[in-house]
Design a protein around this ligand. Structure first.
Ligand code: CP
Ligand code: NVA
Length: 305
C-alpha cells in the first residue's frame, strides 16, 4: 500500500476529509463519555519538534495515548538532527522504529525530504509555509458551530504566514472564498500559492476584507522563526488588529478564530477573542479529536464505526 503523508491541506481529498470529520465526531463523543477507544491503535508515534509548542505536542501526545499507543518526543537540542545528521538519514532510521511521525520544523522542504525517505506516514505539525492540522481542526470547528463551510466567505487578516497558506488550500478543497488582507511588505508570496485566483480576493484595507464574511481569522504578527523582525512588524501591522469595529463589518453570525497563542491588543482585541463570537478554545480542543482520526486513518486506513 502506498504511504499517505499529511504535509499540506491539499494532500487529502474532500471525500477523505468528510470521512475523517465523521470519524472525529464519533471519537470526540466517545471521549466525552469516557468510553474506551476502539479499535486499539497500539502503535508508536514519534514527534520531532524544532520549534516550541503547547497545543500540537499535547494533542498528539495525549491523542496517541488515548488511542492505545505511545508517543515519543524528540527535539533538535537532544537528537542528532541538531548536530547535523542528514534529514534523509533521519527519515530512514526513525521510520524503521515507529509507525507514524509528526514533525514541526522551519522549511517545508525539510519535511518533504524527510517524508521521501520515510517508510511510515509523516504529518506536518507546522512549517514556515503550512499548518494543515490546525486548519483541519478549524474547518471542523466551523462546521460544528454553523454547518457546511461550502459557499461561505472567510477573512484572513494579518500576516501572510503558514496558517494563511493552509487556509488558501482549504478554500479550494472545501469550496469557500477567502478574503485576504496583509500589510504592505508582508503580502502573499506567489511561489507558495497553490490554488487558482478564483478561490481568494486580496483587499488593501483589512476592514473591507471583513465585509459580510462568515468567519474572521487572524494569527500572530510574528511567527516562530521571524522574531528578529518583531519591532518592524509591530509598526507595519498597525491597523490590522481584529477588533469590535472589524467584527461589526462581518456577517452578524460570524465566528472569530485564532490558532493561538494570541497577543491581546496586537492582532486581536481582548473583547473579540474573549467575546461571544470567538471559538478559540473549541479550535484548540478539536486538534485532539481530528488528529486522532487522522492518526488512525494514516496508520490503519478507514475503519467501521
Ligand atoms: N496552534 C498551535 O499549533 O499551537 P502550539 O504552537 O502551541 O502547538
Ligand atoms: N503562525 C504561527 C502559528 C503558531 C501556532 C507560527 O508559525 O508561529
Amino acid at each position: 500500500m502506498k504511504i499517505k503523508h499529511f504535509l499540506q491541506v491539499s494532500d487529502l481529498s474532500l471525500e477523505e476529509y468528510d470521512y475523517l470529520m465523521q470519524r472525529a465526531r464519533i471519537i470526540k463523543d466517545r471521549f466525552k463519555r469516557y468510553e474506551t477507544y476502539h479499535p486499539l491503535l497500539d502503535r508508536t508515534l514519534v514527534m520531532v519538534f524544532e520549534k516550541n509548542s503547547t497545543r500540537t505536542r499535547l494533542s498528539f501526545e495525549a491523542g496517541m495515548h488515548q488511542l492505545g499507543g505511545a508517543a515519543i518526543y524528540l527535539n533538535t537540542r537532544d537528537s542528532q538532527l541538531g548536530r547535523g545528521e542528514p534529514v534523509e538519514d533521519a527519515g530512514q532510521v526513525m521510520s524503521r522504529m515507529c509507525d507514524i511521525i509528526m514533525i514541526r520544523t522551519f522549511e517545508q522542504s525539510m519535511i518533504e525530504r524527510f517524508a521521501a525517505n520515510s517508510r511510515v506516514p509523516v504529518i506536518n505539525g507546522l512549517t514556515n509555509q503550512h499548518h494543515p492540522c490546525q486548519v483541519f481542526a478549524d474547518v471542523f470547528t466551523y462546521i460544528e458551530h454553523k454547518g457546511s463551510i461550502a459557499g461561505k466567505k472567510v477573512a484572513w487578516i494579518g500576516d501572510a504566514n503558514n496558517m494563511m497558506y493552509s487556509w488558501m488550500q482549504a478554500a479550494k478543497v472545501f469550496g469557500f472564498h477567502l478574503h485576504i488582507s496583509t500589510p504592505k511588505g508582508y503580502d502573499i508570496d506567489p511561489s507558495n500559492v497553490t490554488v487558482e485566483p478564483e478561490y481568494y480576493t486580496v483587499f488593501e484595507n483589512p476592514s473591507d476584507a471583513c465585509e459580510g464574511v462568515h468567519l474572521v481569522n487572524t494569527d500572530v504578527w510574528t511567527s516562530m522563526g521571524y522574531e528578529a523582525e518583531n519591532q518592524a512588524r509591530l509598526k507595519a501591522f498597525d491597523g490590522w488588529i481584529v477588533d469590535e469595529a472589524k467584527m461589526a463589518r462581518a456577517h452578524p453570525e460570524a465566528l472569530f478564530m485564532h490558532c493561538l497563542p494570541a497577543h491581546r491588543g496586537e492582532e486581536v482585541s481582548a473583547g473579540v477573542i474573549d467575546g461571544p463570537q470567538s471559538v478559540v478554545w473549541d479550535e484548540a480542543e478539536n486538534r485532539l479529536h481530528v488528529q486522532k482520526a487522522l492518526l488512525e486513518y494514516l496508520v490503519i486506513g478507514k475503519v467501521e464505526s
